[in-house]
Design a protein around this ligand. Structure first.
Ligand code: DGL
Length: 259
């Protein structure tokens, strides 16, 4: 069983891709909607949250886990990986590899939460792999609450306005590739793409999903998927349904502090 977690809806970008790649796989998803956003939290708090999220998924029977959260992947994953005996993936390595494969002018942008950008995780891995690459990193903290509240879709003028402000420096730098380093951001990729024409967008959730699918190989399960959240499921179910193209989601609420 493949476990996926995020602070909320963002990890669905990985679930959507993984489900398409492994339709017979069994999935358990946890969105920490009671404690979102993660991107403004300290390392100590994020470490506690990530451990609880992983312990919950293990209890559900997960034997592979994807931290489908740029913040957890950037800030704490390397420190806690060895505490667990199952394969534990994040989104940084796969996204960096995809960006390096895509760029032609070696000018790469990275957008993520405040914690992700402060950690420098993406920029450091790009520099280690290609010292000639120029990286421009920008924190976009308002994107997560906008997505969680359903401010998605091309016609959403509020999100477009915020995005135009955040992304202007990336246009000026002439980047040709942009890592959406927070898994919530692919949900508004249409708006981001409109503002950066010609720029290749790297969906961190999808990049990580491809890596996990390759490692899992052909999974033959029963094709089940269960979803859990740490606050009322109503909003999660509604936005998830829009994002997943009409798939009905009925998330169950869990007390994550008990794990
Ligand atoms: N999807 C999470 C990430 O990739 C969002 C973090 C947050 O809740 O701020 O970073």
């Amino acid at each position: 069983m493949i476990g996926i977690f995020d602070s909320g809806l963002g990890g669905l970008t990985a679930y959507k891709e993984l489900h398409a790649l492994l339709p017979a796989g069994d999935f358990v998803y946890f969105g920490d909607t009671g404690r979102v956003p993660y991107g403004s939290r300290s390392r100590e708090i994020l470490t506690r949250y990530a451990r609880q999220d992983i312990r919950f998924l293990l209890r559900q029977g997960a034997d592979v886990i994807l931290a489908a959260c740029g913040t957890v992947s950037s800030v704490v994953l390397d420190d806690i990986k060895s505490d667990f005996s199952i394969p534990l993936f994040g989104v940084v390595d796969a996204s960096v590899n995809a960006a390096l494969a895509a760029t032609k002018n070696e000018k790469i942008g990275v957008i993520g939460t405040g914690a992700t950008i402060s950690s420098g995780a993406f920029a450091k891995k790009i520099a280690a792999a290609n010292p000639h690459a120029a990286v421009t990193s920008i924190a976009c903290p308002l994107f997560v609450p906008l997505v969680e509240n359903g401010y998605i879709g091309r016609g959403c003028t509020v999100t477009r306005e915020v995005a135009a402000d955040y992304l202007a420096p990336l246009r000026d730098e002439g980047i040709d590739t942009l890592i959406l380093g927070c898994t919530h951001f692919p949900i508004i990729a249409d708006i981001i793409g409109d503002l950066l024409p010609g720029v290749t967008l790297v969906n961190s959730g999808a990049a990580a999903a491809a890596e996990v699918a390759a490692v899992c190989g052909k999974t033959s399960g029963s094709g089940s998927a269960s979803f859990f959240v740490s606050d009322s499921p109503v909003n999660f179910d509604t936005v998830a349904r829009v994002f997943l193209g009409g798939e009905t989601i009925r998330a169950q609420k869990v007390d994550i502090e008990a794990y």
